[in-house]
Ligand binder design. Structure first.
Ligand SMILES: Cc1cc2nc3c(=O)[nH]c(=O)nc-3n(C[C@H](O)[C@H](O)[C@H](O)COP(=O)(O)OP(=O)(O)OC[C@H]3O[C@@H](n4cnc5c(N)ncnc54)[C@H](O)[C@@H]3O)c2cc1C
Length: 453
């Protein structure tokens, strides 16, 4: 077997994909070490809402120990009861209720998680595997082994190096320097407002237990989602949590490190030519000011109040990038997963789910190497070929949903297409067969690239 305690699988990056893979390998008895640049387990303890799709859940279930998978389920936010598309004034265009949201079953369904709660779940049980304060700088591939070097001057040698180091991956830049990313021209700005009773009362009733998406008259897109967790701000569990979930959460070490409390997550996606100048270098308070004054000008007052009252340390702006198509490469002892190899827009909520699929697939391939004597490079080549195929679909469709082609703001065509879309959604809302069809299409499109192969 190519793996041993002296020659483990080396994973760079303790994010969604890297940690899922670490669990998968550890559970299969394959030696693994993870190296993360954050200095501590609590590093980067902010984060946005992430939707885990049914196939993302299947990948997690394949990788995590059973009790930890149950802890993942127990720590997700309360299920939302409706998904509404509205105007920027909160006038509903179409509302999908739980009957349209079509959960596959009680466990394999959509979950909303706080990105950092998910990270704390995934870090649980890996104390002897994850090393913090290890910033990767470069590697040497010796053919029969690979050595990773870190900024602190240390190095480590393993059988395989997995780059799970996110969208700015240093491993990708060394390994596939011709792999490029393109700015889509869209900027995402988001933040969080603590979900107090006062804030809950401020929300329109239809938005209290729903995910709401807004389409404004200038071609901007907004999103609002109240996230409620099973614990209160003092880390005590809320009433009404089932005994099993309560016990899982009490025993979960992540509760000590996670700083997530109930919040309303808001975001707006702005075409660059509408975005206030310098938006990408503003701090949280400045961002909130320009969002309220310029970006959301004319939007419903509740949305303005939410942006205005958010904790500025949670408010961020980022330019949305997408990976460009890439020709196949020859497999080696270096490979990549997740955003490191396929950065995609958040348009379809598929980035984390695709990273999880990569993790489950690499795990399966390495188990084949160990159990069936498969050749390591052939197994990696097989993973990469499949990953390139499904991730290309996810990248393309995510871009289609969130690309700035300027059409929405062209004279005549822009207003007409916005008017046409709103009218079509209002009509669809009133015609049950059309509405069911649209719900099915949205679910299929969202999860299709993740279907088990
Ligand atoms: C606003 C927003 C909303 C989103 N919503 C969704 C959603 O609803 N559903 C969904 O599926 N996806 C969503 N995504 C995408 C999702 O968050 C990412 O695709 C996913 O986190 C990628 O996981 P990853 O493991 O590849 O990388 P990451 O989770 O980014 O992990 C990379 C890790 O590598 C570490 N690292 C980086 N460089 C180094 C280095 N040199 N040395 C050591 N460590 C290093 C980083 O610190 C980090 O811990 C969203 C993204 C955004 C921006």
């Amino acid at each position: 077997m190519p793996f041993s305690a002296e020659r483990p699988v080396l994973i760079i990056g303790a994010g969604t994909g890297g940690l899922a893979l670490a669990h998968g390998l550890r559970g299969a008895g394959i030696p693994v070490q993870v190296f993360e640049r954050d200095r501590h387990r609590t590093g980067g303890l902010q984060g946005y809402r992430v939707g885990i799709s049914p196939n993302g859940v299947r990948s997690l279930r394949a990788c995590l120990p059973a009790t930890l998978f149950d802890t993942f389920v127990a720590t997700t936010a309360r299920d939302y009861r409706a998904f509404t598309m509205c105007t920027e004034r909160f006038a509903p265009l179409i509302t999908f209720s739980s009957e349209h949201l079509m959960p596959t079953d009680d466990v394999i369904k959509d979950y909303s998680v706080s990105r950092m709660t998910l990270r704390q779940v995934l870090l649980s049980g890996l104390d002897d595997v994850v090393a913090f304060d290890k910033r990767f700088v470069r590697y040497d591939d010796h053919g029969d082994r690979v050595t990773a070097f870190f900024e602190d001057g240390s190095s480590v040698t393993g059988a395989l190096l997995v780059g799970a180091d996110g969208a700015n991956s240093r491993i990708r830049k060394q390994y596939l320097p011709h792999a490029t990313q393109t700015e889509t021209g869209m900027i995402a700005i988001g933040g969080k407002q603590a979900l107090t009773d006062e804030v809950r009362d401020m929300l329109p009733p239809g938005a209290r237990n729903a995910m709401s998406m807004f389409f404004d008259t200038r071609g901007q897109l907004g999103i609002l989602h109240p996230m409620e967790f099973p614990w209160r701000a003092d880390r005590q569990l809320k009433d009404g949590i089932g005994d099993t979930d309560a016990e899982l959460i009490r025993q979960w070490p992540g509760l000590l490190f996670d700083n997530t409390v109930d919040y309303v997550s808001w975001g707006v996606v702005v075409p660059r030519d509408l975005a206030p100048a310098g938006v990408l270098s503003m701090d949280g308070s400045q961002l909130q000011e320009v969002v309220v004054r310029d970006v959301m000008a004319g939007w419903h007052p509740t949305l303005l109040k939410l942006a205005e009252g958010s904790d500025p340390t949670t408010t961020f702006a980022l330019g949305i990038r997408t990976s460009d198509p890439l020709d196949p490469w020859r497999p080696s002892r270096v490979t990549l997963l997740g955003d490191a190899i396929h950065t995609m827009t958040p348009g379809r909520g598929a980035g984390a789910n695709t990273a999880l699929r990569d993790a489950a697939l690499i795990r399966d391939k390495l188990v084949e190497v160990r159990d069936a004597g498969a050749d390591l490079l052939a197994a990696i080549g097989d993973y990469e070929q499949r990953m390139r195929t499904y991730s290309a679909v996810a990248v393309r469709e995510s871009l289609e949903f969130m690309d700035d082609d300027g059409r929405a703001r062209r004279p005549i065509i822009g207003p007409l297409s916005r008017f046409g879309m709103r009218t079509a959604l209002r009509i669809t809302d009133r015609v049950p067969p059309l509405k069911r069809r649209l719900a099915m299409t949205m679910q299929r499109v969202r999860d299709s690239e993740l279907e088990p192969a």
